[in-house]
Design a binder for this molecule. Structure first.
Ligand code: ZN
Length: 536
């Protein structure tokens, strides 16, 4: 389909071609006219010269006769024949020529018989005829010169017009060509820019995808944060920013990773971030209403604040600031990356929650019995390998059923939670603290012998008796615990060591509770029962 401008250009080109052809035809025709006129002018000039030569031959005033007359007439007629030949195309001159010849010839064809005598009046008549002829030729000459000058004049005008048209067309074509070339150059530049932009966008998308894969492989949130910092540094090289995570209590945004700052920015409250408040991206330079996030530094140029969405609402915010202006495409890419971050963090947290659900006791947060069994086997093997010893404590809350019956299950649960807290504060990070079931607890103490295990158990027991138990505002009084201990030096088998510690626990209960007993065949100064009793 041609555009109207293209149609107009075609019509213009056609008209210009017709005009040039007409002007060319005019020029050719006028040039031919000029040449023809010039030939005629030469011809007429020649005729006049010949007439004048003929006149020069006419005899003088005295009459001629005889032989000299014949010679004279023959010369005149020979010369006049040249004039006659030259003017044969002009009927009037032909008539004049006949009259001229009649003066010198008697009758019949030319030169057949000359007049015997030429009177002076004959000469005058001949002269008069030559005059007529010359006048006629002079008229013709004037007319032909007129034609020649007209052809010259019009030829000049048409030639000038042709030159002007060619010049205008040439200039127009040159301008159009320049414009077309400029248009093409601009189109080429736009194409190159678009291609570069596309390559850059593809690179950014590849970066987001690679970042997402790295986050999927991350073991914990620290690794995810590291990837976030790295990818954003690459995505927006001249930028600075941070990723802040909303705390579980939802009252603080803590900076997990930052880049481009001399010192990590301080934490802030979620209410300071519009993106978190509105649940959508804030792009400063693209905002119609300029209200800044309060956590953004005042000297920030342009910035984007993107809420990182978890499975149940925002879990963090990505803040990226730059001195230039972010273009829309780059913002989209960062937004896409933020979506990946949210997804991966939510996945990681769900994975952690599931894992802890399978190994943790929901009431106390301690490890469960399954985890205890698995860990004990592993720790016993490790102890054997390193030629060290480990101890196991089995702990029972005394008269727990009575507490439950009198104060209710909620109070019993609160007491167990308080006891778990004391347990955690008494033992080391490396000790494995478990709820074994009901009010029974178990502790694995790596690299500890029986005597030290006994001391630790006693410390715990004293701590518990000194701790005031309460449920809500109601005081529950104090509770006591009974503890049985055994060490891997004598019981290297998981079942055996648990059975031995259990036996020691029952001995403690039998002996009046609120006590620690050990199970050992060695002669110890500690309260102990022997292995045989444990086996029985
Ligand atoms: Zn913000």
């Amino acid at each position: 389909m041609r555009t109207p401008a293209q149609k107009l250009a075609r019509i213009g080109a056609f008209a210009a071609a017709v005009l040039i052809l007409l002007l060319l035809a005019g020029t050719v025709s006028l040039t031919l006219s000029y040449l023809r006129a010039e030939a005629w002018v030469e011809h007429t000039t020649e005729v006049i010269a010949q007439i004048r030569s003929t006149r020069g031959l006419l005899p003088g005033t005295p009459a001629l006769s005889g032989a000299s007359l014949r010679v004279k007439i023959s010369g005149i007629l020979r010369q006049f024949n040249v004039v006659g030949d030259l003017t044969r195309d002009n009927p009037q001159q032909v008539r004049n020529a006949a009259d001229f010849r009649a003066i010198f010839l008697v009758s019949g064809p030319a030169n057949s018989g000359f007049r015997a005598k030429i009177e002076p009046q004959d000469t005058a008549a001949a002269d008069a005829i030559l005059d007529d002829m010359e006048h006629e030729e002079e008229h013709l000459l004037i007319r032909r010169i007129g034609v020649q000058s007209m052809a010259t004049r019009y030829g000049a005008v048409v030639g000038f017009a042709l030159c002007a048209v060619l010049l205008i067309l040439g200039a127009g074509a040159g301008l159009a060509l320049r414009r077309e070339l400029e248009k093409r150059a601009r189109a080429d530049q736009a194409l190159i820019a678009e291609r570069d932009g596309l390559a850059e966008h593809t690179r950014e998308l590849a970066m987001v995808s690679a970042g997402s894969r790295m986050m999927q492989a991350a073991r914990d949130e620290a690794q995810v944060n590291e990837v976030v910092g790295q990818v954003l540094r690459d995505l927006a090289p001249a930028s600075r920013g941070y990723f802040g995570a909303v705390s579980p209590s939802n009252d603080l945004v803590e900076i997990c990773v930052s880049w481009g700052y001399a010192a990590a920015p301080p934490p802030f409250v979620p209410a300071d971030c519009l993106a978190l408040q509105l649940g959508r991206t804030i792009h400063r330079s693209a905002s119609l209403v300029r209200v800044d996030c309060r956590h953004a530094l005042p000297e920030s140029g342009d910035y984007v604040c993107i809420p990182v969405q978890g499975s149940a609402g925002p879990i963090g915010v990505l803040h990226v600031a730059t001195q230039e202006t972010f273009d829309r495409k780059r913002c989209d890419v960062i937004e896409m990356f933020a979506a990946h971050v949210g997804l991966e963090l939510a996945n990681l947290r769900m994975r952690d929650a599931l894992r802890s659900q399978t190994v943790r006791d929901p009431l106390t947060g301690l490890f469960n019995r399954r985890y205890f069994d698995e860990t004990l086997s592993r720790e016993l093997l490790a102890a054997a390998r390193h030629a060290s010893t480990l101890a196991v404590l089995i702990i029972d809350v005394d008269h727990f059923k009575r507490l439950n019956d009198s104060q209710g299950h909620a109070a019993g649960d609160d007491a167990l939670r308080t006891f778990a807290r004391v347990l955690r504060s008494t033992f080391r990070e490396s000790d494995v603290l478990c709820r074994y079931g009901g009010e029974e607890f178990a502790v694995i103490l790596p690299d500890v012998d029986l005597e030290h295990a006994f001391d630790r158990a006693e410390t715990l027991r004293r701590q518990v008796t000194e701790t005031e138990m309460c449920s809500g505002n109601a005081a529950l009084g104090n509770i006591t615990i009974s503890i049985g201990a055994a060490a891997s030096a004598e019981f290297s088998d998981p079942q055996a060591i648990v059975r031995a510690a259990d036996a020691a626990l029952y001995q403690a209960k039998r002996m009046g509770r609120n006590a620690t007993w050990v199970c050992s065949n060695n002669n110890l100064t500690l309260p102990s029962i022997r292995v045989g009793a444990a086996a029985g």
